[in-house]
Design a protein around this ligand. Sequence first.
Ligand SMILES: *Cc1c(COP(=O)(O)O)cnc(C)c1O
Length: 417
Amino acid sequence: MPDFKEQIARSEGYFGEYGGAYVPEAIRANTDALAVAFETLKEDPGFWAELQQAYREVSGRPTAFTPLRRLSTQLGGAQLYAKNEGLNHTGAHKINHVLGQVLVARHMGRRRIIAETGAGQHGLATATLCARYGLECVIYMGYKDYLRQRPNVFWMEMLGATVIPVKEGQQTLNDAVVAAMKDLLTHPLDTHYLIGTVVGPHPYPKMNTYFQKIIGEEVRTQSLATIGQLPDYVLACVGGGSNAMGAFYDFLDEPAVKLVGVEAGGHGTAPGEHAARFTSLQKGIFEGYFSYFLQDDDGNIAPTASISAGLDYCGVSPVLAWLHDQGRVQFAAATDAQVLDAYRTVLRTEGLVPAMESMHAFAHALALAPTLSPDTHVVINMSGRGEKDLFIAMEHLQPAQMTEFMQLKLTSLTTHA
Ligand SMILES: *Cc1c(COP(=O)(O)O)cnc(C)c1O
């Protein structure tokens, strides 16, 4: 009998050799207190009832389970279904672990929340819930991200958050993580560092897995009701791994359900051209945990590339690293070109606009479905909705119209000035 769920439940921070809490002593005091609080709340049915209520009232769960009949017919193979996490408040699955952590912080009496964000989606979800729950919110962003994600900065500020541009280093996501860690050093007790995926020091990988597992639990119920059986495959894109762990967790001990994580294949296989960590399998310690990280020959963190900001990350969840080594989760990669092709099929065939990240899982499904028989059922976890990707999608799919639009905007700005 497989017992992956039991092993995760018992984990004190390690999943095989992966995980841990490789942080300075002063931060360790903060994360240890969090681990103790989480383990206590995890055994408290009252806490889960509170979280279930918040999922319903704040985020609109359960999210839809949508048969993709036209797409399945067109591809001529497996039956496809989308689990539409894009219907959540703030547009993606991220709110699941933001809600969970905000409730834990409240139980701990921590009224100050900090977070880092790259593309801005995690910061936006965090700022939104801090406003709702009356918590102080500080968001760190690399200065380059702060400039290019100005619309998200605007909304975070309107929601009452303080957004701090980080001008050290490369001025991107990893520098924002360093700044958040430094903040925690000076606020060891009253502050909760709200990490946006299943990475980081213990207890974040385990805790966020628990806050995301609602996705797979709903898929189980909806799949039994809609098709009368469990799915044969569950596909999910993998940045840090939170939507994937959320979709996979409930099926870990069901060997008949194949679990496939889809990474960003980027625009090439050379170092720096992709973010497919499971192709090179280089182990290391970074940002407080041991896992697979893309690295150069000297063991320095390597640059990554992807058309999708949410998958453009050097590391991956220690839980997924372990499940990979155990042979329980398979990994594939979808390239930028495959993702752009998927836009041309998925939108007009199903009337769905998946997030660029989620489109990686769709791209893999488009390749996989024709190889399978019509009695095979494949669930694609649509981690988010795609309206946020307007500019990057239009730049690639309608480049001439995009240029024309930008010129028009610029002209109207200069004539009004
Ligand atoms: C942030 C994000 C991801 C990547 O994060 P995971 O932790 O790997 O899920 C994927 N999809 C969407 C829509 C996102 O916003």
